[in-house]
Each structure stands twice: as C-alpha cells, then as structure tokens.
Design a binder for this molecule. Structure first.
Ligand SMILES: Nc1nc2c(ncn2[C@@H]2O[C@H](COP(=O)(O)OP(=O)(O)O)[C@@H](O)[C@H]2O)c(=O)[nH]1
Ligand SMILES: [Mg+2]
Length: 387
C-alpha cells in the first residue's frame, strides 16, 4: 500500500538529512571552557552528527550577544571562564548530568535554505507524481520548510529524525483534518444510526456496506442493509448475497422504485426490531447527475441520516480527489471511505481528500474480504509512510 509515496518521502528525508549541519550554540561554546568531560562529550556528539564537519565559523556568525565571548572561549584557552565556575564540575553527578543535558540541548541544527529548496523541489515533484493534490502538496512543503529553516531545533534527536519529524508533522496536519472518533460517535448516537453511502459506480460502495455491517457486528452492534440502489439491475441480488453471507437483514424494493422509500422502510424495521445501524446503499452517480442528485436530496429530507459517507477508490488518485471535492460541494458529506487502498501504490487520494473536503477519511478498504476494512488512523498512516 502506497509504496511509491513511501519511497519518495523517504528519499527526501535521507537526502535532506545529509545536508543538515550542526552549529554549536554560543551557550555551549562558553561552557566549553568549563569542563573537559562535557566539552569532549559535546564535540563527540557534534562530530557524530555532522560526519566530522563541526562548523565553528558558522557558529560565530549566528546572532548572539555573547558571540565575542564564544570566540574568546574558543580562541583563548586561558579564558577566565574556567576559573569562574570550577565548582560546577566539582559538584555531584546529578548536577553534572543536568549540565550535560543542558549543553546537549543548546546546539543548533541548521539546514542551508538553498540546499533545502532543491530537496523540497524534488519532494514536490514526487508528491505530485503520486497524485497528491497541488494545494495539499504546497501545504506539506510549507509545513516542512517552516519546521526546518531558520528554526533553532533542539538537538535532541539525530538529524535524520529531525527531517523525518518535520515531514511527519506536516503530513499529519494535512491528513488528520476533521478526524473524529467514529466508533464513539456511533456507540453514543441515538439508535438506529442511519448512514447513507454515495459515490460513483464500481468504486466499492456495496462491498463497503457489507464490510461495515461485519465491522459493527464485531462491536456488538446489529445492522440492517437497505438497498437504495434501485437503479441498477442486479443490485438487489448483490446486496442480498452479502446479507446472506453475513446473516444480516436486508430491505429492498423492486428496481426503479424510490430509494428514499426503501431506506425509510429500513429505518422503520430497525426501530421495530431494536437494530442499531441502518446502512443505506445508493446508486452510483456523479455530482452532475441532476436526477440522481435530486434523489440524494430527497433521502436527506425524508430520512435525515446521521451520516452521509462518500465512497471512492484510492486507485483513482486525482480523479477521486476531484470527485470528493465536487460531492462535498454538491451534497453535505460527513466523511470519506477510500476503497482499494490495497491496490494503490500512489497514496495521493489518501493524503489529499481530508484536506480538500475538510472532512475526515474514516476507513480504508484493503481487499475484497469482509475483514478488509481498516480505520483510517492518521498517526498510523504517517508512521507507515515514513517507515
Ligand atoms: N481490491 C479491492 N477491491 C475492492 C475493494 N472494495 C471493493 N472492491 C471491489 O470493487 C468492485 C466493485 O465493488 P462494488 O461494491 O460493487 O461497487 P459499487 O458499484 O460502488 O457498489 C468489486 O469487485 C469489489 O470486490 C477493496 O477495498 N479492495
Ligand atoms: Mg453498488
């Protein structure tokens, strides 16, 4: 899943990390004169992180009231600092450790803006190539840049982690838009909870409804399937087969009848039989299908569902992103389910849709079995993308 995107993100992390340099902060410089053990320890770490390139000249260039002091400390071994605070070194181990931690935290890790520009350009190219929406790509790049350039970063982790963390934060901000606790919302809602599914033909709406029925079952929630796809021949049979497999009740009317009426009947059935969730399938439609969009508005008016979920396939990439935007403008959706993530190497839709619609991705479909449905957890997604 999303291998191409993973490669591009990790290449950026690795390439950009190579250009990161560590500057000794003035505070560390001044303390340099104080204690041998701390001094060598600090230098060792800096050497580790810069492959031996301790950039002392640049450290002098950094804005600092004590630059002169720092230079003095560096150039004049007999600086009086050493005499002023010898007590610090003679103190017990606790104090010495605190000092050490403080020193460790005062280094600056800096990346040259021009170097970063060229890496960001590569990243931009990679993200767009993975079907990440343009505006979302820009948002990610801005986030990374903001995190890395001109920032004094505490040298608490390796430089590789620093780039990765900047990328992690930036990606997370983009894909976590609108997230809410889906399970909790369903558990706490008045029953029956009514969820309507919409989207174009063949993306996996009907399959996803069956998977969700199974998902709810595992959480101790009963469900009824309503076949609001009265448009397509064979739709009843398809959903009936799933209902059979799952041992779930299905409500359907004959082809060509009013989908709002089917879903209404399912809601009545749920109320009469203490069923927790009504899953309402609908015919595949484009946001430009006036007749079918009117049907959707009618379902909205008659049923007033608790949630309307837009379903699309991850493999459709940029097309899925555009459809999500258009559906969200045409009808009010509460979230997206992205199917066929198992077949998607790009991941652009998964990265972009939340940001573009302002509504969360709720689940990923990851295969053709009933179990192949995963909650979309932004943190886990980012972790898996960044390895
Ligand atoms: N690989 C894969 N195939 C899926 C997934 N979800 C649905 N499908 C397949 O996509 C095809 C269309 O699904 P269907 O539910 O009929 O789409 P609908 O027209 O939107 O109702 C079927 O062959 C499904 O098995 C998924 O997450 N992964
Ligand atoms: Mg269908």
């Amino acid at each position: 899943m999303f291998e191409g995107l993973k490669d591009k993100l990790n290449r950026f992390s690795e390439d950009a990390s190579e250009d990161i340099e560590v500057e000794e902060d003035e505070a560390a410089e001044v303390e340099d004169g104080d204690g041998e053990s701390v001094d060598s320890d600090t230098e060792e770490r800096i050497a580790d992180e810069t492959d031996g390139d301790t950039v002392e000249d640049e450290a002098v260039e950094t804005e600092s009231e004590t630059t002169d002091q720092a230079v003095a400390a560096e150039t004049d071994e007999s600086t009086s600092d050493a005499e002023e605070e010898p007590a610090a070194e003679d103190e017990d181990d606790g104090r010495s450790l605190t000092e050490r931690a403080k020193l460790f935290a005062t280094g600056k890790t800096v990346i040259d803006e021009d170097d970063l520009e060229s890496h960001l350009h590569d990243l931009e190219f990679g993200l767009l190539g993975s079907d990440v929406e343009l505006e979302v790509t820009e948002e990610i790049l801005d986030g990374v840049e903001e995190n890395l350039v001109g920032e004094t970063r505490r040298r608490l982790s390796s430089t590789g982690d620093m780039v990765r963390d900047a990328l992690r934060e930036s990606l997370y901000d983009v894909i976590s838009v609108g997230q809410f606790d889906f399970d909790e919302r369903i558990q706490e809602a008045d029953k029956p909870v009514v969820i309507i599914f919409t989207g174009v033909n063949g993306v996996g709406k009907t399959t996803t409804i069956a998977k969700l029925s199974h998902y709810f079952e595992q959480q101790g929630l009963s469900s009824v399937l309503a076949n609001g796809d009265t448009f397509r021949a064979g739709a009843n049979e398809q959903l009936e087969k799933h209902a059979d497999n799952l041992g779930t009740k299905i409500i359907s009317h004959e082809q060509g009848s009013d989908p709002a009426a089917v879903i209404y009947d399912a809601v009545e059935y749920a109320k009469a039989n203490d069923i927790d969730v009504v899953l309402g399938d609908t015919a595949g439609r484009l946001h430009t299908d006036d007749g079918l969009m009117d049907q959707l508005s009618k379902i909205d008016r008659v049923i007033d569902p608790d949630m309307t979920v837009f379903v699309d396939e991850s493999v459709a990439g940029q097309d899925a992103v555009n459809r999500a935007r258009e559906f969200n403008n045409a009808a009010s959706i509460d979230g997206t389910i992205l199917t066929k993530a198992d077949a998607d190497t790009q991941g652009g839709a998964a990265i972009s849709i939340s940001h573009v619609t302002g509504k969360p991705i709720l689940f990923l479909g990851t295969g053709q079995d009933y179990d192949d449905l995963e909650r979309f957890e932004p943190e886990e997604i980012v972790d898996s993308l960044l390895g």
